[in-house]
Ligand binder design. Structure first.
Ligand code: ADP
Ligand code: MG
Length: 369
């Protein structure tokens, strides 16, 4: 796997800012995008992440000018672009399904946007050659799309989108049709080009790993709304809603009740059969029913009982590469996943108690009873 060079050889040009300001889209009586606001930094990659049907593509199409919003505005460098037709917005788009012209050569596909703007001659040929070099397809200029692999076709689509020197790049699930290794290569490629060009980019994806690895910030969408807009690490460590918590990474939910809050500590009785103390947070109100969200790597198995330990019934233990995943069941019937580094040697005897790891910072959510 080629490494990403964090220091571009040329200084990246200053990217544009893209602002989505309170955009709403309705199809009949259904609201596909519901008052979404997002402000990008210049040169930033923002991922729109969410389940199928949550409005990601619709929002991208509003930015591109293919869908008219019922309310709200789209601004580039502070100026509204809503009145402009798609071909005057200077926005590059790559779709999931390649969308190359099948009867045109690779070079003609890449030249398409330039030709549509009335550009002809050696300057166009030069630009096309440069774009194809950039995506490492210089030798393929005279082929037809069907003579290329899926990954190569998608690189042509990227070269075509970049040829017109767009001010913003929009990518709609561009790697979804590629197999896993190729997808990783393409993600690295896009990130490298995007940095080199300093291009403000919106990446639509339903794949949390892709969003985590490619994006500077992630907007997690649910039912037409943005539930959290934050860095990948902040979203993983401090999910603001149960939806975000469940959508990003694997997590365990432990029901409990806050017994008391004092001296900056919240004492919580877990239904699983233990009393634990956590740093006080606004969600911890004395007497309140809560759910603790704990990542599998934040739980530990123990041999014996102790403070903050609850009994568990051991289940399956699955080796997953360098990790061991344990499935256990609590006394109140909840299934928990626990991940620990896999150590060499014969398997240890099952451990019958579970506790929070010392560094664990579980997220707390109110629970309706
Ligand atoms: N042209 C359309 N006409 C009617 N409903 C649509 C249209 N396009 C999308 N929708 C609906 O809008 C919602 C959001 O769709 P979409 O933006 O494609 O979601 P995503 O890209 O997140 O999967 C879905 O409920 C979808 O069925
Ligand atoms: Mg979509």
């Amino acid at each position: 796997m080629p490494a990403i060079d964090p220091t571009p050889t040329e200084a990246a040009p200053a990217g544009r800012t893209l602002d989505v300001d309170g955009v709403t889209v309705r199809y009949g009586s259904a609201t596909a995008v519901d008052g979404v606001s997002l402000a990008t930094e210049p040169g930033e990659v923002v991922a729109l992440l969410g389940p199928s049907g949550c409005g990601k593509t619709t929002l991208l199409r509003v930015i591109a000018g293919f869908v008219r919003q019922a309310g709200g505005r789209v601004l580039v460098d502070g100026a509204a672009i809503d009145h402009l037709p798609p071909n005057q917005r200077n926005i590059g788009i790559v779709f999931q399904n390649y969308a190359l012209f099948p009867h045109m050569t690779v070079a003609d596909n890449v030249a398409y946007g330039l030709a549509a703007r009335g550009q002809r001659g050696p300057a166009v040929a030069q630009r096309v050659a440069r774009m194809l070099e950039m995506v490492q397809l210089g030798a393929f200029r005279d082929r037809l799309p069907r003579q290329l692999s899926g990954g190569q076709q998608q690189r042509v689509a990227l070269a075509r989108a970049l040829a017109v020197e767009p001010s913003i790049l929009l990518l709609d699930e561009p790697f979804a049709a590629l197999d896993r290794n190729l997808r990783l290569d393409m993600q690295i490629e896009v990130k490298r080009l995007q940095r080199q060009l300093g291009l403000t980019t919106i990446l639509v994806t339903h794949d949390q790993d892709e969003a985590m690895s490619v994006a500077d910030r992630i907007a997690v969408m649910n039912r037409g709304k943005v539930e959290q807009f934050d860095t990948p690490v902040a979203i993983y460590d401090r999910p603001r809603t149960l939806f975000v918590n469940g959508f990003i990474g694997t997590t365990n939910l432990l029901p409990g009740r806050v017994v008391s809050v004092a001296d900056g500590r919240a004492t919580i009785d877990l239904a699983a059969g233990a009393t634990i103390a956590l740093p006080a947070s606004p969600e911890a109100v004395a007497g309140g029913a809560v759910q603790l969200s704990v990542r599998p790597e934040q739980l530990e198995l123990r041999d014996g009982a102790g403070p903050g330990c609850w009994p568990v019934e051991p289940g399956l233990s699955l080796p997953l590469g360098a990790q061991l995943v344990h499935e256990v069941r609590t006394a109140d019937g909840a299934a928990l996943k626990i991940v620990e580094p896999r150590r060499p040697g014969p398997p240890a005897p099952p451990r019958r108690f579970c506790t929070l790891a010392a560094e664990a910072r579980p997220s707390l959510f109110p629970r309706s009873t």
